[in-house]
Design a protein around this ligand. Structure first.
Ligand SMILES: [Zn+2]
Length: 363
C-alpha cells in the first residue's frame, strides 16, 4: 500500500470513467472537420487550419448564449452527411473517449440532421453504429477497451420525434440504448413530443430529456411528470426548486421527486458555464446537488466546443470542490448505475472495471 495517487490530469486519465451525455456532432477532431469538408466539398468553414478552427469553435461556444453555442453545430453536422463521414466521426469518437480512460459511453446524435445527401434515417444509424463498432474494436486492440452505446436524439423544434423514437426502438438490439430530445428549450417544451415519449414507454425503452439547461423548472417538471424520462440531460435548474441552499436547503415537490426517484442528472460542468446555465464553475450547483444526494453524474456534452474530455471535467471539479478519488468513483458508479444497458452488464462494469480501477488509485 502506497497511499492514494495524487490527483492530476494524468492520474485521472488512468481512472475508469463513464459518460452518459456526449454529443457525436460536438466531439469531432478539428483536423477531421477540415479533411471531411475537403472530401465532401463543404466550403463554409470559418478557419482553414486545425488550430484556428479549434479556437473558433471554442470562442463561439464561449459566447454565453445557448443559441450561439448551437450555431457551431452547423459546421460539424455539414461534414457528417455521408457514410464515410458518419463512420469516421463515430470511430474517432470511440477511440478518443477510450484514450481518455472512458470505459463506458453513451453518445447521442440526431439522425434527422444527417439526411442532406440522400441517406435514409436507417442508413444514418447503421453507418454510425458501424463506426462505433470499429472504434471500440481498435480501442480494445490498443489496450483501452470501451463499450459505446448510441442514443438517438430528436430536435425539439422539429416534428420528427415519433419517427426518431421508432428508429431508436428498431435499433435497440443493435447498439441504440435510448431516445432524447435536444435543441433550444425556450418555446419548445418536452410535452410537445408526448407521442414519442409514450411510444418509448409503451415499448419499455429508455428516455433521457435535455431539460433545465437554458430554461427553468417547468421544463424539468414536464420531463419527469408528463414525459416520464429516466434521466435528465443537465437538469441544473432543479436548483430553482431548492430554497435556502446556502443554509438549510429545502426541496420543493419536483426536486424531491427527482431525488426520491433517483432520476440521474447528466451534469456537464464546462458546458453549463459556457451556455450560461450557471454563471461560473464555482457557482455550479454540482456540489450542492451531490451533498443533497441527488444522483449526480459528470459529463462532457461537447468535447470540441468546450475543449474538454472526461478527465478534464473531473479535474475541474476536483480543483473547484476539493473532491478526492472516492468522490470521483461515486460519480462514476452513479453514471454506471444509470446506464441504458441491461442491469447485469452495468454491475459487471462496476464490479470488474470501475471498483478495481479506483482501488489501485486509492492505494
Ligand atoms: Zn447536451
Amino acid at each position: 500500500m502506497t497511499g492514494p495517487m495524487p490527483l492530476t490530469l494524468a492520474s485521472i486519465r488512468q481512472a475508469p470513467k463513464a459518460v452518459l451525455h456526449d454529443h457525436l456532432d460536438g466531439g469531432l477532431r478539428p483536423s477531421t472537420v477540415l479533411e471531411l469538408a475537403a472530401q465532401c466539398g463543404y466550403d463554409q468553414l470559418p478557419a482553414h487550419d486545425a488550430d484556428s478552427l479549434g479556437q473558433w469553435f471554442r470562442d463561439a461556444a464561449d459566447s454565453g448564449s445557448l443559441e450561439r453555442y448551437l450555431e457551431t453545430f452547423a459546421h460539424t453536422v455539414a461534414v457528417m452527411q455521408t457514410p464515410e463521414g458518419l463512420r469516421r466521426v463515430a470511430r474517432e469518437c470511440a477511440l478518443d473517449l477510450a484514450a481518455d480512460g472512458v470505459v463506458y459511453a453513451e453518445v447521442r446524435f440526431a439522425p434527422e440532421q444527417h439526411l442532406e445527401r440522400g441517406l435514409s434515417l436507417d442508413e444514418v444509424v447503421e453507418h454510425t453504429l458501424a463506426g462505433f463498432e470499429e472504434g471500440a474494436a481498435l480501442a480494445t486492440e490498443a489496450g483501452t477497451p470501451i463499450r459505446v452505446i448510441c442514443l438517438l436524439t430528436a430536435m425539439r423544434h422539429a416534428a420528427r420525434s415519433l419517427e426518431i423514437a421508432e428508429l431508436a426502438v428498431r435499433f435497440r438490439d443493435r447498439g441504440v440504448g435510448g431516445f432524447d430530445i435536444a435543441g433550444a428549450e425556450a418555446g419548445y417544451p418536452p410535452s410537445r413530443h408526448l407521442d414519442a415519449f409514450e411510444y418509448m414507454r409503451a415499448n419499455c425503452a429508455h428516455v433521457t430529456i435535455h431539460a433545465g439547461e437554458a430554461f427553468g423548472l417547468p421544463s424539468i417538471h414536464e420531463a419527469v411528470a408528463f414525459c416520464g424520462c429516466d434521466r435528465l440531460g443537465h437538469g441544473v435548474r432543479i436548483t430553482d426548486d431548492i430554497s435556502d441552499s446556502e443554509t438549510e436547503p429545502r426541496l420543493g415537490q419536483v426536486a424531491n421527486y427527482v431525488r426520491d426517484m433517483r432520476i440521474p442528472l447528466e451534469l456537464c460542468p464546462s458546458s453549463n458555464v459556457q451556455t450560461g446555465a450557471v454563471p461560473s464553475l464555482e457557482k455550479h450547483p454540482f456540489d450542492l446537488l451531490a451533498r443533497l444526494r441527488f444522483r449526480v453524474t459528470v459529463n462532457t456534452d461537447n468535447r470540441l466546443m468546450s475543449d474538454t474530455d472526461m478527465s478534464r471535467e473531473m479535474l475541474k471539479l476536483v480543483e473547484t470542490f476539493d473532491y478526492g478519488w472516492s468522490d470521483l468513483e461515486r460519480f462514476t458508479i452513479n453514471a454506471m448505475k444509470s446506464a441504458f444497458i441491461p442491469f447485469p452488464d452495468r454491475l459487471r462494469i462496476i464490479d470488474e472495471v470501475i471498483k478495481p480501477g479506483y482501488a489501485v488509485l486509492l492505494g
